[in-house]
Write a protein that binds this ligand. Structure first.
Ligand code: ADP
Ligand code: MG
Length: 708
């Protein structure tokens, strides 16, 4: 039996009847009815009034109450876009920006990219007629580089502020400044002093934005939306801004714990999925996992075990959702579950508050999340899997009680819950700040330490990041953005180290190869290796493997895949091309979603590089210059071999091992560079290539040569 292929007409949720017009009409009516029944619908008038009378407003409301989808429409209807201005809504996550924009376009009965659109890094779906624009918080920061007063927006909504991503935090500081500067533009200093919304306390600072040379900007309406009840921190930051609460509807959720701690939480997820499926009543299941790799592995295991379901039981329809999933596939989670199926949604913490999926009655929560972690002493950022906070656990369980009473299975003992942190630490306190500091510098904020952050990052982390940017050549020794490298790096939408690699690549005649590398490194796991076929997967990978390291191996995958497709590409049939590609990927144990995403990213950064006038060149199969370029760019991530197969990272002194997935896992290279540090029971480096130790002093003397 097959539980994965379902007729798409059914998946669209209006399988009834043959008349498409009647189907569309029924769907419109359903949408109107759904909108009316949302908790936020009853307070539309009041909310619009609040926005009119407050320049800054904080809106707190439970997940699913309609904040993200409805408020922008209310404001549009109330005339906030009248003189051609746009309402912008920022999201910490790409998936949320995309799926919500699609939903709202549908609610408005318009095509996506017209009145309603979205814009995320590497994917812009807006036009000059877009008035309601969903975007990531990082993208709005980049827009500010080109338009410091964000002049096209009448209203900016910072959504999901409780997530406190580093971009959200920086954005809040920036928007506070823009708001001030716009008021100042209206009538000089006077209006600043008269405006009651401005905190004129002791630490009152004038805007850091450049004067606007006589241009006048209408005031900016700023709305901060959050799912956590504690609005105080935002309100205080915005000088006592008004906060309103939207009453949600929540049904009781029964919480179940395991008796003992689980040694393998993925195994226990699998067992729980089938227990729920066989023992519980109807309703969809939402499982929280930490990333694409886990999601895909659980998805495969569920599908493998499905044939063992007893005769006559319902099928399971698995729906993954994570940020690099192609957007048509992201939308599958919202489709009505076809009859005869139970939907099992495998999600990252994106489904905690960012997107509300209808129909969930059971939540399975192993209690983990992938988080960035930064050690300023060692200057190393890594991704680690850590326990969720209590606040996150509560949000997750809440997802089971949106429409009716539900159940949440926490895969840890109750005593463990008590030990969890109350809330998640803001990301700005635990990440590498190079990227945001580069952006702040480009925005004209010279005194980064003095920037009005909602919560200050550790001073040491700022200093380390400044040093890091200096070593990469982005800053001068007066800590100013350097010309042209610093400015170029700020323009590229990439991690500073990757930007540096692209900028350098022209000098090493390998821009083409570096573009491919950066694109391939920007996605999670190109290769996949199912447990039961790990030997076959290894053999397949050997065809691409290059003895000099993972970077060239990734280039090989990209080249072979694209050559293969080029030969078979049809002019008219995109779907057929995709199918050919998927088949090729399956045969070669390549993750087709990741590869497709990498190809998209490649095209986008290539366009950036073209616009910036980079000199295009390829090193063909002579990779010496390419590896030298790796050394010149990633010199901060170099490691030297020690006895017993371990390595010592030169910048931090940490002891690391080469990750088992690396082609260099069994080799004994003396000196390597790497791109990623992952920490499980041990510290592993991933994406590793061999370099010559002497290149470091030659190509990165600023770091490896002691001054005399
Ligand atoms: P909030 O922002 O307050 O958490 P949302 O505005 O995201 O709430 O969601 C409001 C409602 O819209 C929810 O009931 C959700 O199920 C529904 N919804 C949101 N996005 C979609 C979608 N893409 N398809 C179907 N329903 C959706
Ligand atoms: Mg929302």
């Amino acid at each position: 039996r097959s539980g994965t292929t379902t007729p798409s007409r059914q998946l669209n949720g209006f399988a009834s009847g043959n008349n498409p017009k009647a189907g569309a009409l029924a769907r419109r009516q359903k949408i109107i009815q759904q909108r009316r029944s949302l908790p936020i619908a009853s307070v539309e008038k009041r909310l619009v009034e609040e926005v009119k009378s407050n320049d800054t407003l904080i809106i707190v409301g439970e997940t699913g109450s309609g904040k993200t989808t409805q408020l922008p429409q209310f404001l549009f209807d109330a005339g906030f876009c009248r003189d051609g201005k746009t309402i912008g809504i920022t999201q910490p996550r790409r998936v949320a920006a995309v799926t919500v924009a699609k939903r709202v376009a549908e609610e408005c009965g318009v095509g996506l990219g017209q009145k309603v659109g979205y814009s995320i890094r590497f994917d812009d779906m807006t036009s000059t007629s877009t008035r309601i624009k969903y975007m990531t918080d990082g993208l709005l920061l980049r827009e500010a580089l080109l338009d410091p007063y964000l002049s096209r927006y009448s209203v900016l909504v910072v959504d999901e502020a409780h997530e406190r991503t580093v971009h959200t935090d920086v954005l809040l500081g920036l928007l506070k400044d823009v708001q001030k500067a716009r008021l100042r533009s209206l009538s000089g200093k006077e209006s600043e002093d008269k405006n009651p919304n401005i905190n004129k306390g002791e630490d009152y600072q004038p805007s850091t934005l450049k004067p606007c040379q006589g241009r006048k900007f209408p005031p900016l309406k700023l709305i901060i939306m959050s799912a956590s009840l504690d609005a105080r921190v935002f309100s205080e930051y915005f000088g006592g801004a008004r906060a309103v609460h939207i009453q949600g509807r929540q049904h009781p959720v029964e919480i179940l714990y395991t008796l003992r701690p689980q040694t393998d939480y993925l195994e226990s997820v699998l067992v729980t999925i089938f227990q729920v499926h066989l023992n519980e009543g109807p309703g969809d299941v939402l499982v929280f996992l930490t990333g694409q790799e886990e999601i895909e592995s659980v998805e495969r295991s569920v599908q493998d075990q499905m044939p063992q379901l007893p005769e006559g039981s319902q099928n399971i329809l698995t729906c993954p959702i994570f940020s690099s999933l192609p957007s048509e596939q992201q939308m599958r989670v919202f489709a009505t579950t076809p009859s005869g199926f139970r939907k099992v949604i495998l999600a990252t913490n994106i489904a905690e508050t960012s997107v509300t999926i209808p129909g969930i009655k059971y939540v399975i929560d192993p209690g983990f999340v992938k988080a960035r972690s930064y050690d300023p002493n060692k200057g190393m950022e890594s991704l680690i899997i850590i326990p969720t906070s209590k606040a996150q656990a509560l949000q997750r369980s809440g997802r089971a009680g949106r429409e009716a009473p539900g159940k949440c299975f926490r895969l840890y003992p109750e005593s463990e819950f008590e030990k969890l942190e109350e809330s998640t630490k803001p990301e700005i306190k635990r990440c590498n700040l190079s990227n945001v500091i580069l952006q702040l510098k480009a925005l004209g904020v010279d005194d980064v330490i003095g920037f009005d952050f909602i919560e200050k990052p550790p001073r040491l982390a700022i200093v380390k990041s400044l040093e890091h940017l200096f070593l990469l050549g982005a800053l001068t020794d007066e800590c100013k953005l350097s010309n042209p490298v610093g400015h170029q790096m700020a323009r590229l939408p990439l991690d500073p180290m990757y930007s540096k690699a692209l900028i350098q690549a022209s000098n090493f005649n390998c821009l083409e190869e570096m573009l491919i590398t950066v694109a391939m490194l920007s996605v999670e796991s190109i290769f996949y290796s199912p447990r039961e076929k790990s030997e076959e997967a290894k053999t397949a990978m050997k065809c691409f493997a290059n003895p000099e390291g993972d970077h060239i191996t990734l280039i090989n995958v990209f080249r072979v895949a694209n050559e293969f497709l080029e030969k078979r590409r049809t002019v008219i049939n995109k779907e057929k091309d995709e199918k050919i590609m998927r088949k090729w990927c399956k045969q070669n144990f390549v993750n087709s979603r990741s590869l497709r995403h990498a190809c998209d990213i490649y095209r986008q950064i290539r366009r950036h590089a073209e616009q910036m006038g980079f000199h295009f060149s390829s090193c063909g199969d002579n990779f010496l210059q390419f590896r030298r370029c790796l050394a010149a760019s990633f010199f901060l991530n170099a490691a030297l071999r020690q006895p017993e197969g371990i390595y010592r990272a030169l910048a931090s002194g940490q002891v690391v091992r080469i990750h088992p997935s690396s082609v260099l896992n069994q080799t004994k290279a003396d000196c390597v560079i790497f791109n990623e540090l992952v920490q499980t029971s041990q510290k592993y480096i991933r994406n590793v290539s061999i370099i010559d130790y002497l290149w470091l002093t030659e190509l990165a003397p600023q770091f490896y040569m002691m001054p005399n």
